[in-house]
Design a protein. Structure first.
Length: 550
């Protein structure tokens, strides 16, 4: 009632702008679109106060005729918008379909109560992973308490996923990458509004993991994202990762149209027909088609639905080959922190999956990377060499650790190292390998040595799992300190720090320096050296540039 009273007084007597200090004392902040009501909380362990503004719309709902279209900035609203709780995440899944189509919301967490005179703080903008088909930005998944205790602001955002976010007709009807264009609009929102929450618009670190990390890599390359961030953090994924580029989205679109009985005489007819369908039905049907495409094709050719190389047009997010763009230095020059986990490809190989793997024993050429452009006359010899190096005489379908190591190197390590190697010619690059086998991501009964995909997230976001031992918390303190140092200074170790065992994390350089984050922090060189040497020699012998991924 008190807020309503102030609103009434301000409306009748003076302008809204002159009420800013009154609003802020009640955690109502005036941004460019209108007023938002936040809430105060305390961090989980140290009980430090922080302020959250969650579920703020940054775009008009992408529904109706806006489905499959680039995002449109949110218009102004009257009154005070309730920003005290998470809002709906974007449509995903198939059985059941969850989320809503109206989902383009952004969340701001600040350790400083917004005011006219607050000190502006560095800000991290987080993009979640989930294979471009799942994920959300809720506090339950990404609680930023430990980061806030280090006096940085954290922003998280939703973006359209799967068929709704990454449909492409292969022409200018729907060029594609709308999920990435959602992220661009959210970054513009941050640039325009973060100072209202005591954030410094000139100290923005863009960060993500897995598909979110690949998204960050694409933003470095996209002309649409220039000037919207000052540093980047990429965890377990880059634009060069095989899975990070979708190569057959227009064909999937046509198959979805056929499956749904929609006129597919032109791409415009298909898109217009899809816009008329109820969203849960569309999502379920498209997901079924995508699954059938995975089963019928080689999944090593990239995600069935995700980022695409757009036809060249003025509003293209990306319209060139990532490897060429990076090699030519045509990207946003900002400091980079990136890396991978020690065994990204950890997997439980059940019987049905092993039966699926038989195709690689029957036709080893399917093991060859899609981007190598291997001459057909050399494909058999190349496949034999690759299979022999990783599997020896063991069938792929019966392998265990051999397959995990192959997946880790092939899908993550080599592309991340190549991205780092190309970028370091122009900017400072800090490379890491996370090898700490702890319990903060739920692996309490570890049967395989190595740190799997996503496991590092438990060491600076709030974890739903209890630590196995006290050292888990020590490693978390180190991770939080390294990451927030980079967010603040563009350098994870600006000076010696006993919490970080007094190490100095050197940039990559020609020696391929990196930091192994395990029981201790160990600066070393040439990650996965022998396997990476194999890949270098393999590409030199059989690859034919230009490459898209690597």
């Amino acid at each position: 009632m008190l807020v309503l009273k102030y609103l009434f007084i301000c409306t009748v007597i003076i302008s809204l702008a002159n009420c800013a200090s009154v609003f802020q004392s009640d955690l109502v902040v005036q941004i460019k679109n209108g007023a938002v009501q936040g809430r105060q909380s305390t961090t989980l362990e140290l009980k430090v106060p922080y302020y959250s503004f969650r579920g703020i719309p940054y775009a008009e709902p992408p529904i109706g005729n806006r489905r499959f279209e680039p995002p449109v900035a949110k218009g102004n609203w009257d009154g005070v918008l309730d920003a005290t709780e998470d809002r709906a995440h974007c449509i995903q899944g198939s059985d059941p379909v969850v989320g809503e189509e109206d989902c383009l919301f952004i969340n701001v967490y600040t350790p400083t109560q917004p005011s006219d005179s607050c000190e502006l703080l560095p800000t991290m903008v987080w993009i979640y992973g989930g294979g471009f088909e799942g994920g959300d930005s809720t506090y339950d998944n990404y609680g930023p308490d430990f980061l806030l205790e280090k006096n940085v602001i954290v922003v998280s955002l939703n973006y359209r996923l799967g068929f709704l976010g990454f449909l492409s007709t292969g022409d200018n009807v729907v060029p594609g990458n709308n999920g990435l264009k959602d992220q661009v609009l959210a970054l513009k929102w941050v640039k325009d509004n973060i100072d209202r929450f005591c954030g410094d618009p000139n100290q923005i670190t863009l960060a993500g993991q897995s598909a979110g990390s690949a998204s960050v890599a694409y933003h470095i390359q996209s002309p649409q994202s220039q000037g919207l961030f000052n540093r980047v953090i990429m965890q377990s994924g880059v634009s060069l990762s095989l899975w990070g580029l979708s190569r057959r989205v227009p064909q999937i679109l046509n198959q979805v149209a056929v499956d749904l009985g929609i006129d597919n005489s032109t791409t415009r007819a298909i898109v217009d027909g899809l816009k008329e369908l109820e969203v849960d039905y569309l999502q379920s049907s498209a997901s079924s088609t995508i699954t059938s495409v995975y089963l019928a094709n080689n999944p090593r050719e990239g995600f069935a639905i995700g980022p695409v190389i757009e036809p060249d047009h003025p509003d293209a997010f990306i319209s060139g080959r990532s490897h060429e763009i990076l090699e030519g230095g045509q990207f946003t020059k900002v400091p980079i922190l990136l890396g991978f986990n020690s065994l990204e490809g950890t997997y439980n190989f059940e019987l049905l999956f092993r039966l699926y793997l038989v195709q690689y024993d029957l036709n080893p050429e399917k093991l060859l990377p899609a981007d190598m452009n291997v001459d057909s006359s050399k494909a058999a010899a190349a496949a034999k060499k690759l299979k022999s190096y990783y599997f020896g005489w063991i069938p792929v379908s019966l392998s265990n650790m051999e397959l995990m190591r192959f997946l880790s190197d092939d899908q993550f390590v080599r592309s991340i190292r190549e991205f780092a190697r190309l970028a370091q010619r122009h900017v400072p690059v800090y490379l890491y390998r996370f090898s700490y086998e702890g319990g903060l991501w739920g692996y309490h009964n570890r049967t395989i040595a190595g740190v799997t995909h996503s496991e590092e997230l438990g060491y600076y976001w709030v974890s739903k799992h209890d630590p196995l031992r006290e050292h888990d918390l020590t490693v978390r303190t180190r991770m939080v300190t390294l990451w927030t140092n980079f967010i603040k200074y563009g350098n994870p170790t600006p000076s010696q720090d006993s919490r970080l065992e007094n190490i100095i994390w050197e940039t990559l350089g020609n020696s391929l320096n990196y930091l192994d984050i395990g029981e201790h922090l160990v600066p070393t060189q040439s990650p996965e050296k022998s396997n990476m040497q194999f890949w270098d020699d393999f590409y030199n012998e059989y690859g034919n540039p230009p490459y898209s991924t690597y």
